[in-house]
Structures are given as structure tokens and as C-alpha cells.
Write a protein that binds this ligand. Structure first.
Ligand code: AMP
Ligand code: GLY
Length: 425
């Protein structure tokens, strides 16, 4: 009970990480920068933005932080891990070069090709003209095509085009109108894959890894996967498609080769390897990698981890995961995100959140877009909070979570009513 931990970020993912780390027998105190009102119940929040790297370095030194855990991708891509390492501060998360696995679709796709990691067939382009010609090959055959901005685009840089006109428009808006700024200087145009999606999480120390669990996110805003994409409207762990055989296949064909590839490229990967997979008829294929924990997947992963998370993250940061194992609880866990009216489009803030006191005691609430004013908890973002319930089965966890969600209210609140539905059918 001697360690101080700093969790960087302010969303539901960071609330779940703080919740888990605060239970560690090794951890004396958790800080969060900047945190949120939910996190403030478990940790000391400090008013430093997640990407203010120099201030975070100074804070970690001043407070003698044993381990800094980075939640969001932006500070990773801006080199937070590199700066902490330069200062001999222990940090969980990949360096800037290694974080290109998420930060550059061109880098990651070229890596997959070079090392034979299964992924959708693709080409990369610096010019809209050639991109159009390539897209036409597919659309002329009546096939859909996927257009991806190379860089980070806040989850909006992927456009699925069903016709040539849609492809043309996407290429135009990314490359000519610079909808995502310089993130669209280069694009990837790739084959549309059919299947079920799966998020797979592993933790690597650069050489070794431990697998955590798999989960399914629900990206579209409305039931039955309709409407625009969001940050994620709900998740549940270990869906029925995720068998032991599939797990072994993902490790053998995707995770191990990726860790090997990153070593070969001279940028060993330390941190969370979050593979976004499409389970196709030909086997799992990588849609993308993320260099961090998922949100809202973390809200269901953390309650399912048996025992202490701190030594696992510390061992990865130190570079020695060889003797580490991750225990997973039996049963399941389901999370439903409650969002502001209008999200993922424009929405109002400042609505009072009511009913949290009436939830059953073993229900978890992880806050994201909230703030406190005059003793009231108010909405302050698109995804406001997540309600999380465990159960012996996915079915019982789902039933429980929806019973509890009904007790919560704020003006304009909306949520999906079909989280985990696929698993129940
Ligand atoms: P990404 O950010 O690359 O994971 O893409 C966001 C979402 O777009 C994914 O979760 C998928 O639903 C979809 N997507 C991306 N690439 C493809 C693809 N090649 N085929 C089908 N859907 C895709
Ligand atoms: N759950 C999607 C993401 O974290 O990117």
C-alpha cells in the first residue's frame, strides 16, 4: 500500500480504470487528470488537461507517481509515453512511434501486409484521382468500399460507400475539402468486409503479452445498428462467438505477429493492444488497432478482471510480463451508455441527472460527460454515463442493466435498447 497512480483522461473508460486501480492493495492513492465528478469520488482530480504533457510530467515528479496510465489516444500520439520515459517516469502506454498502430491507417495497413496479418485488401493514395479509379473497380461490381482517412479523425474518418457517387464524395471531402485536416492527406481505400465485429484486448510489454478478454461494442446510435456512428453506445464481454478456438486463432494470427512486427520495425509496442476485428468466413481480419483501452468496453472489462490490475499494468510498463496472468471472473457483464438528446449530433448540456441513488448497490455507474454545480450532477457531454450490471449469464446481466437504466433520468436522455441482443438470439 505505497504506490501512487495517475490516470490520464476524463471519460467513462478512465472512471472504470480508476475504480479498478483504487482497489489494488498496492495502491495508496489514485490521481486523475483531469478526471470527472464520478472519478472524484475515488481519486483526487487535478486540473491538468489530458494532452498537457509537460504539466503532467511535472505533476508526476512532484507527487512521486509510481505509474501513470494513459486513457485516451491523443496524448499517446503526441508522445506522452516518450516524455515520461525520458524523465524515468513509469508509464503504461505506447510511444509515439508505436502508437502509429492506431494513429496512421497507412502505417498499420502496410504493416499488416508486410507481416501477413489478415486484413481487408486495400491500397493507399495521396491523390484523389487514383483513389477514385481504384474505388470504381469495386463499385462497378456492385460491391461496397471503405474509405479511411490516414490520421486520427475522432472516430469519424471511416466512410462506407455503397455506390461510386458515395465513394467519390467521401474522397472529395477527405482529400480536397480537408474535412479532417491533414489526417486526410493520405487515405486507405479498402474492401468491405462482412461479418460480426469483435474487440479483442491484450496487454503487451513490447515482447510478451497477456490476453484480457473480448467484448462487443455497439457503435451506431440507434437500435438494430441504425443511424450514425458514435463513440460507442454499450458493450458486453465474451460474446458467444468468442470461443476458445477463436481466441487461439486471434492470438496466433493477429496478436503475436503484430507484436513481432512492431519489434522488427524498431518500435516495440508496450500498452493495450485493442484489435478491432471482423469475423469473416475466412477467419478474423483486423479492421483497425487502437493503442489504448476501448470506451465503453473498459466499463465491462474492469468488473470482469479477477484480482489486481495494478501489477499487470506495472509489469507491462517495466517490460516484464513473463510471469503475469490475468484472471477473469465467470459470468458476464453488460453496459448501457446513456446519451444526451441529439448525440452524436449537436446536443444541450446542463440537464440534471436524477435517480442514481435508487440503483441497486452492486450496479456500477461510470461517468463520462458530467459536471457538478450547486451540489447537482449535470450533463456535460454527449455520452453522459454508463450503467453496468453483472450476471451469471449475458441474459441475466442484460435484464438487470435495463431494469436499472429505467431508474435514471435526464432531459433528452436516450440509449439503445438492444445492447447484447445479438448474443441473446
Ligand atoms: P475503424 O475505425 O477502422 O474500426 O472503422 C470504424 C467502423 O467502420 C468499424 O467498427 C466497422 O464497423 C466499419 N468498418 C471499418 N472498416 C471496414 C471494412 N473493411 N469493412 C466493413 N466495415 C468496416
Ligand atoms: N469502443 C470504441 C473505441 O474505444 O474506439
Amino acid at each position: 500500500m505505497s504506490k501512487r497512480v495517475l490516470v490520464v483522461g476524463q471519460g467513462g473508460r478512465e472512471h472504470a480504470l480508476v475504480w479498478k486501480l483504487a482497489q489494488s492493495p498496492e495502491v495508496k492513492k489514485v490521481y486523475s487528470a483531469p478526471g470527472n465528478p464520478g472519478i472524484a469520488e475515488l481519486a483526487e482530480c487535478v486540473d491538468i488537461a489530458a494532452n498537457d504533457i509537460e504539466k503532467l510530467v511535472a505533476f508526476a515528479k512532484e507527487k512521486d507517481i509510481s505509474l501513470t496510465v494513459v486513457g485516451p489516444e491523443v496524448p499517446l500520439m503526441e508522445g506522452i509515453a516518450d516524455r515520461f520515459q525520458q524523465e524515468n517516469l513509469l508509464v503504461f502506454g505506447p510511444t509515439k512511434e508505436a502508437a502509429r498502430l492506431e494513429g496512421s491507417k497507412v502505417f498499420s495497413k502496410d504493416l499488416f501486409k508486410k507481416y501477413g496479418i489478415p486484413t481487408a485488401s486495400y491500397e493507399t493514395f495521396c491523390s484523389p484521382y487514383e483513389a477514385r479509379v481504384y474505388a470504381r473497380f469495386f463499385t462497378d461490381e456492385g460491391k461496397s468500399i471503405v474509405i479511411k482517412a490516414d490520421g486520427l479523425a475522432a472516430g469519424k474518418g471511416v466512410i462506407i460507400a455503397n455506390t461510386f457517387e458515395e465513394a467519390d464524395q467521401a474522397i472529395e471531402s477527405i482529400m480536397k475539402d480537408k474535412q479532417f485536416g491533414s489526417a486526410g492527406d493520405r487515405i486507405v481505400v479498402e474492401e468491405f468486409l462482412e461479418g460480426e465485429e469483435l474487440s479483442f484486448f491484450a496487454i503487451s510489454d513490447g515482447t510478451n503479452f497477456v490476453s484480457i478478454m473480448a467484448a462487443q461494442d455497439h457503435k451506431r446510435v440507434f437500435d438494430f445498428d441504425e443511424g450514425p456512428n458514435t463513440g460507442g453506445m454499450g458493450a458486453y464481454v465474451n460474446p458467444p462467438v468468442y470461443t476458445d478456438t477463436l481466441k487461439e486463432q486471434i492470438i496466433r494470427e493477429v496478436i503475436q505477429p503484430t507484436i513481432h512486427a512492431m519489434q522488427q520495425e524498431g518500435c516495440p509496442y508496450q500498452g493495450v493492444l485493442y484489435a478491432g476485428l471482423m469475423l469473416t468466413e475466412e477467419g478474423p481480419k483486423v479492421l483497425e488497432y487502437n493503442a489504448r483501452f476501448g470506451d465503453p468496453e473498459t466499463q465491462v472489462l474492469m468488473p470482469m478482471i479477477e484480482g489486481d490490475l495494478f501489477p499487470i499494468l506495472e509489469a507491462a510498463a517495466v517490460g516484464d510480463l513473463t510471469n503475469t496472468e490475468v484472471g477473469v471472473k465467470s459470468g458476464s457483464c453488460v453496459c448501457v451508455v446513456l446519451a444526451s438528446g441529439g448525440y452524436p449530433g449537436p446536443f444541450e448540456k446542463g440537464k440534471e441527472i436524477q435517480g442514481l441513488q435508487s440503483l441497486e448497490s452492486d450496479i456500477l455507474v461510470f461517468q463520462a460527460g458530467t459536471c457538478e454545480k450547486d451540489g447537482k450532477l449535470l450533463t456535460n457531454g454527449g455520452r453522459v454515463l454508463a450503467v453496468v450490471a453483472g450476471g451469471e449469464t449475458i441474459k441475466s446481466a442484460t435484464e438487470r442493466v435495463y431494469r436499472e437504466v429505467e431508474k435514471v433520468h435526464f432531459d433528452g436522455m436516450h440509449y439503445r435498447r438492444d445492447i447484447a441482443r445479438r448474443a441473446l438470439n
